[in-house]
Design a protein around this ligand. Structure first.
Ligand SMILES: C[S@@+](CC[C@H](N)C(=O)[O-])C[C@H]1O[C@@H](n2cnc3c(N)ncnc32)[C@H](O)[C@@H]1O
Ligand SMILES: Nc1nc2[nH]cc(C(=O)O)c2c(=O)[nH]1
Ligand code: SF4
Ligand SMILES: [Mg+2]
Length: 193
């Protein structure tokens, strides 16, 4: 759908330069999704793996985030193999709702109530990043914390349109449950892609 070189705004790798490849197609249907224009896979033309990798190599950074849309609706093995052969770090942003494919240096799962994550993807996650729309999402977050590896990093991220409302409760939750960390969509505050 689009590619851009920016700063990873969210989660464990926040603040690091990264090239983003946003793949079209998503069938999860989060009502608050901040990239609904990605959902229709037919609206976005196919691109060759070699062209995507060549575009990455025009920039000095070697961290590549594959996002979407829901990237695991595609077989990500050819793209991630080519990126790694070119010396890139591969980072995934996924809801986990489709089977895992690809070779990953960092795998972030953001589980959704609208189409639940697969146990196989949760088990492979380095990072669990739960979007908090209301306080019931803390229960949802804890259920999924029990399904990831013990070493996985745990993040709570305010839903953007509700951030002013839910962030105070989120801060209090992290103070009481310090195994969690706050993740903010810092790129939105910085007004960068
Ligand atoms: C647009 S999604 C694409 C990747 C994948 N479909 C997923 O949901 O993880 C990228 C990240 O943005 C988060 N996100 C999407 N809309 C958001 C919103 N309105 N507020 C906060 N985070 C949001 C998702 O939970 C996910 O962690
Ligand atoms: N800067 C920046 N960081 C991000 N981290 C995850 C994003 C995504 O949409 O997957 C995203 C994004 O869209 N921009
Ligand atoms: S799974 Fe990701 S891309 Fe799909 S609707 Fe939800 S936030 Fe948007
Ligand atoms: Mg985004």
């Amino acid at each position: 759908m689009e590619q851009f070189y920016t700063i990873q705004g969210e989660g464990f790798n926040t603040g690091k330069a990264a090239y983003f490849i946003r793949l079209g197609g998503c069938d999860v249907g989060c009502h608050w999704c901040d990239v609904k224009e990605s959902w229709d896979v037919t609206a976005h033309p196919l691109q060759a793996v070699e062209d995507l990798v060549a575009a990455v190599l025009e920039y000095p950074g070697r961290n590549v985030v594959i996002t979407g849309g829901e990237p695991l609706m595609h077989n990500l093995l050819p793209l991630t193999q080519a990126l790694k052969a070119a010396g890139c770090q591969t980072w995934l942003e996924t809801s986990g709702a489709h089977p895992l494919s690809g070779q990953w240096d960092w795998l972030c799962v953001s589980p959704k109530k609208f189409k639940k994550p697969l146990p196989q993807v949760l088990a492979a996650a380095h990072e669990l990043k739960v979007v908090v729309f209301n306080e019931s999402d803390f229960t949802w977050a804890e259920e999924h914390a029990g399904l990831v590896a013990e070493t996985a990093r745990l993040y709570l991220q305010p839903e953007w349109s509700r951030a002013a409302r839910v962030t105070p409760a989120l801060i209090e939750y992290v103070k009481q449950h310090p195994q969690w960390q706050v993740s903010l969509q810092t790129h939105k505050y910085l007004d960068i892609p």
